[in-house]
Every structure is written in C-alpha cells, then in structure tokens.
Design a binder for this molecule. Structure first.
Ligand code: ZN
Length: 306
C-alpha cells in the first residue's frame, strides 16, 4: 500500500488508504518552497510517520507536470522543485518506488475509481477553479502525455469573443501561458470576472456573479451565458475526441451545481453522441482529490493503474 501525498504551493498533505481503500488524511505541513533539501527532508519525515505496512511505495499528486522520461518537473508555485526529478531524489532517500502525477490526472483517477464516474473506462475530469485544467483516464489508465502534458484543454487561442450570441466584441484576455484567447482566461472563476468586466465595465467576484445570475440579474446572466457557451464549445470537441462516459468537474467551482448543469445542458446539444444521463457532473472528490487519486497510482509503470 502507498503513502499518498498531495503537494501544493501552500501545504503538503499526506494520507494512506485503509483496509477498505478509504484514504485517511494523516499529516499536513507548510510546503518548503525555496529549499530543495528542506522540501525533501519534510517529505522523508512525513513518509516515516506512516505505518510500516503503508510504506510499499510513495504516490504523489502535484500541481505540476513530470516528464515521463526524465522526471523533470514543470511547476509554477514551488520554486525549489523546478526542473528537478522529484521521484528520483525522493527514492534515493526513502528506498521505495516514488511515482509523481499531475493533480488533475489524480482527480480523474479519484473520480474513475471512487467517485462520480466510478466504473467508467473513459473519464475526462475537468478543473474549473481560478482557471481551466483537466486530466484523462482512458481504458482505466491515466494518460501522462508527451513531456508529461495531457488533458490541458484550457490553453490554446480558441476563444470566440462573440460567444453566447453577443454582438459586442469583448476582446481577448492575456493568458499566463503567453497566448491570448485561451479558454483558461474566460472559463474559470477569474474568467467570469474578466468577461463580466469587459461586458459590463463592472468589477465583481465570481461568487457574486453566480449569485446575481441565480437572482435573475440581466448583466450576470449575460456573463454566465457567454462563459458557459465558450466552455461548452471547447468541451464538446474534447468529448467527441475522447469518448468519455463522464466528465466530472473539480476545482473551486465544483460546488456550483447549477453552473455545471448549465454547461452540461449546452455540451449535450453540441456533441455527436447521445447521452441519456448527465455528462458534465460535479466531482465527488474536490478537496481531497489529490490524495484519493494518488492511492490509485501504481509504481513501475510509465502510466496508469494496475
Ligand atoms: Zn493559455
């Protein structure tokens, strides 16, 4: 059984599956972001806190991408890990296999094996948080992708600024990836705020926009129509390409069941297939998706699940 980790820019959290496969949350420490040695020391100590029977291997969910060939990490919010081979460095200290996976891939695993998509062979799990991300399970395996990148449907200059039937041209927003017009800039919480400001010259937080939409506010309704339309257009092409039985939604907007239902309604009118059940649904695992999903990672595989 593995010791599981969820590593973010703020905290490292640990846990392990009990005999029923339920991940028990065990430890939490601040992430030592600027010291590689401090980071590895903290990880070793947290591994040693786990019962010996749990220490067959270490499974890590992280907000970054590990190159499957070199292990080199691409990661924005933990400076000391940039370019480092985390699995190799940690294996040398704990003497058991270490597997590192992207956090959205772990969300897809958690939902495919123990969540909203339980039993599905193909799952495209999407993250609607500050921005837009995603991860895939195809035929029961995660897809790590060339260079460690896959499922990242939030990037690429695809946005149509007239989406939702608008006559106003709301323009393009600069994305953190260097391009303009990525779905990431209009599809998540920050995107809603971008679109609302461009259409109505009003600064409003995403939660306030959602609440105004629920109360029938015309400006917020226009914003949500535009955002859900842009998300649904891109998502429908991914659904056609990947053939998922389920598209669970994680991230900070996962609690907005009505927003997700609106995206689902639009996507199902755009895809080739006919779904007689909701396709885009709230994920079951949001806060603990990294730990739950990491428990389904297996060592000594380029990708996937035993
Ligand atoms: Zn981008």
């Amino acid at each position: 059984m593995p010791v599981c980790f969820d590593i973010g820019g703020t905290n490292i959290r640990s846990g392990w599956p009990d005999q029923d496969g339920i991940v028990q949350i065990a430890g939490k420490r601040p992430t030592p972001g600027d010291s590689l040695d401090g980071f590895l020391t903290a990880m070793v100590e947290m591994v040693q806190e786990a019962p010996a029977a749990q220490r067959d291997y270490v499974a890590i969910s992280i907000a970054g991408f590990a190159d499957p060939k070199t292990g080199a990490l691409t990661i924005a919010n933990i400076p000391c890990l940039k370019g480092e081979n985390l699995s190799g460095l940690l294996e040398a200290r704990v003497n058991v296999p270490v597997i590192v996976a992207n956090d959205a891939d772990c969300l897809a695993l958690a939902e495919a094996y123990a969540g909203a998509a339980k039993g599905a062979q193909n799952v495209f799990a999407i993250v609607l948080g500050t921005g837009v991300g995603g991860g895939m399970v195809i035929n029961g395996d995660i897809v790590t992708g060339f260079g460690g990148i896959s499922g990242e449907w939030g990037h690429g200059p695809v946005v149509d600024p007239t989406a939702g039937g608008m006559v106003e041209h709301m323009g393009y927003f600069q994305c953190g990836c260097g391009q303009k017009g990525c779905l990431d800039t209009v599809g998540g919480a920050r995107g809603m705020e971008n679109v609302h400001k461009a259409l109505h010259q009003a600064e409003l937080g995403a939660e306030d926009i959602l609440n105004a939409w629920r109360q029938g506010d015309a400006a917020a309704t226009r914003t949500i129509e535009a955002c859900t339309e842009m998300v649904a257009r891109v998502l429908s092409t991914f659904v056609n390409a990947l053939g998922p039985e389920s598209v669970p939604v994680g991230g900070g907007l996962a609690h907005a069941n009505d927003l997700i239902a609106e995206i689902d309604r639009r996507v199902r009118t755009m895809v080739l297939n006919t779904y007689d059940h909701p396709l885009v649904v709230p994920a079951h695992h949001v806060k603990n998706a990294g730990l739950v999903g990491a428990a389904y990672l297996r060592p000594n595989q380029m990708r996937g699940v035993a």
